[in-house]
Write a protein that binds this ligand. Sequence first.
Ligand code: C2E
Ligand code: MG
Ligand code: MG
Ligand code: MG
Length: 291
Amino acid sequence: DVALYAAKAEGKGRWLRYRQEHEVRAAERMRLRAALETALPHGEFFLEFQPIVALADGRTVGFEALLRWNHPTRGRLMPGEFIEIAEESQAIVAIGNWALSAAVTAAAAWPHGDARCTPYVSVNVSARQFRAGGFTEHVRQVLAESGLPACRLMLEITETLLLGDDEQVWQDLAELRQTGVRVAIDDFGTGYSALNYLRHIPLDVLKLDRVFTSSLTTSQRQADLVDGIITLAQKMRLDTVAEGVELPGEHDLLRRLGCGYGQGYLFARPMSAEAAGRWATTHAGRSPSPR
Ligand code: C2E
Ligand code: MG
Ligand code: MG
Ligand code: MG
């Protein structure tokens, strides 16, 4: 009986602690949601850029633009701490459109030698930005104002966007691709995917999610799965970018499996726009000893 009582008390204590934590988290989210509303006018967002590298020879072909929030009291926040909250409201539309415009402006200032379509900038686009209307016009306007060739912009969309048979999204993507903008499917294989979108959605690049990359060298089964995805991409004439490449062994195996490109800490962490410009100059050429 004493033991039972102790267990009950312990259980109650645990439940109370859980409830307290839950309330703290809910209050925290509410504060973040309110702060998000003013973050854009207060200029609190900035972007970092992570190199996307050709696995065969190590040259950098582009950069993914990644959003950061300089919160007035909490300091620098990563997307994992606020994107979901922004996605819950309409806030992501203005924030995402700001990110697009800032990324394109930064890319227009990067040195590119004789190359027309590199280095490109790859920008994450939320489904809500598409659904808000006027997205293709916004893209065209941002490109025109910056002077960036359309082929130096890539848009990263997620499988969720392609879920329903949304004719409007399909048309927007087709229209954007006609202007030369490229489209990547981000975090491939982790969403609620219905592979049938591959039959008719116009795409250029498949980004293999980090969970596949990081499990790649752990077993034959994982390697076979990635092998199959890369083969699928090749058959669909899509380029493949592997996310989260951290180990030389992952790099080697991905290259042998026919994955064209990679992104990850093995090559570089996300960096400022200025650092990316310098990086582009020093890593544009073929590296002396690719293999
Ligand atoms: P994502 O699009 O899949 O971006 C890749 C994430 O993986 C980035 O996290 C990047 O910093 C991280 N990463 C890159 N290489 C490695 C590696 O080798 N190891 C590990 N562990 N991580 C690596 P980040 O910057 O925290 O962004 C998280 C997510 O937030 C992004 O995932 C994207 O879905 C979203 N996001 C970022 N910027 C934007 C934006 O401007 N708009 C929208 N809608 N979403 C964004
Ligand atoms: Mg992305
Ligand atoms: Mg991704
Ligand atoms: Mg990912």
